[in-house]
Design a protein around this ligand. Structure first.
Ligand code: PBG
Length: 346
């Protein structure tokens, strides 16, 4: 036999039988390449004024929460070993620039303080954007009124005036006690501007998690009900990325790293596993988060409600896939359930 045939014999059936290592639960556990843990999860909360909870129809199991209820939800996360929350705020009133976003007694600022008082070790991340706070539902200051620039289209999202507000919001969250700020508006220069604002106020140790690679996605539908932040007109295509693009994702990530981002995010997750993989491969030194967004959650919930998929299997499979693709951390509405299921399995 020549050596090529010899080689084949050992690299193929019947010498090779892949099923040997799948024979028992113990062997399968030993061979497992990706392990999902509760420590991987970041649990999103929607905080609003008033009392109690308002369920979100398109996101079964998720509700808008009062400050008190957000503390109760934080407690569940803490008990399950989930290390971090990300907070989204619904203001009492919306206006063109979103004043409550940087008010010392704004809803997110109140929630940070209340949660920190009870659970000082929980990491509180805040979403830094304008869309939940502006009356037009856009992620920044629009070309109108006092900011009007005739050379730009009416209603265009103005980059520099938006940066001013974003830096104010990040600083306000820092002062309220946030542990990490996460700018999500895809506005050019947001990381650098926020970094400079934080540093000059003495918050040079506060990390920035940048929504560096965020697509203009249909999967945010239920979130816009939850956060009441749907654009009243137009869309977000002038700042969020085209779902068709991936080379552009590398440019976005590289820019945010250069501006001082401590961690990167890809969003959404499930339809963008290739993007997660690519960003992780290009920047293996950067901590990477992926956002398993509202529409991804709603699809699983709806199919499970109809009995068409096994929710527990599909959720754990999905979250494992996101981690396998290269994410270190996963923002997910399934966090409490998934952490509970993982605890049962171990
Ligand atoms: C913007 C923001 C959005 C989401 C997180 N931050 C909405 C958007 O960009 O339109 C979506 C999250 C989700 O769908 O779960 N502040």
């Amino acid at each position: 036999m020549n050596s090529e045939n010899e080689q084949k014999k050992f690299n193929a059936y019947p010498a090779v039988r892949m099923r040997r290592l799948r024979q028992s639960p113990a062997l399968r556990a030993m061979m497992q390449e990706t392990q999902l843990n509760a420590q991987d999860f970041i649990y999103p909360l929607f905080v609003r004024h008033g009392a109690g909870r308002t369920p979100i129809a398109s996101m079964p199991g998720i509700a808008q929460l009062s400050v008190g209820e957000s503390v109760r939800e934080a407690e569940k996360a803490a008990r399950l070993g989930i290390p971090a929350l990300i907070l989204f705020g619904l203001p009492a009133e919306k206006d063109p620039i979103g004043e409550e976003n940087f008010a010392p007694d704004g809803i997110v600022q109140q929630a940070i303080k209340a949660i920190k008082a009870e659970f000082p070790h929980l990491v509180i991340i805040t979403d830094v954007c304008l869309c939940e706070y502006t009356d037009h539902g856009h992620c920044g200051i629009l070309n109108a009124g006092e900011f009007y620039r005739p050379e730009l289209p009416e209603g265009y999202l103005l980059n520099e005036p938006t940066l001013e507000i974003l830096a104010k919001v990040a600083l306000s969250h820092a002062r309220a006690g946030a542990d990490i700020v996460a700018p999500s508006g895809m506005v050019d220069g947001m990381v650098a501007y926020i970094r400079q604002g934080l540093d000059s106020a003495g918050y040079e140790n506060l990390p920035i998690l940048s929504y560096a690679v965020k697509y203009a996605s249909g999967f945010y539908g239920p979130f816009r009900d939850a956060a009441e932040g749907a654009p009243k007109f137009g869309d977000r295509a002038s700042h969020q990325m085209d779902p068709a693009n991936v080379r552009e994702a590398i440019r976005e990530a590289a820019l945010d790293i250069a501006e001082g981002a401590d961690m990167l995010m890809v969003k959404p997750a499930l339809a963008y596993l290739d993007v997660i993989h690519k960003v992780h491969a290009e920047f293996p030194e950067m901590p990477l988060a992926a956002y398993n967004v509202s529409g991804e959650y709603a699809m699983v919930k709806a199919a499970a409600e109809k009995g068409w998929v096994d929710e527990r299997r599909v959720v754990l499979e999905t979250l494992t896939a996101i981690k396998r693709a290269g994410a270190d951390l996963i923002l997910t509405y399934h966090a409490l359930d998934a952490a509970r299921w993982l605890a049962e399995e171990s």
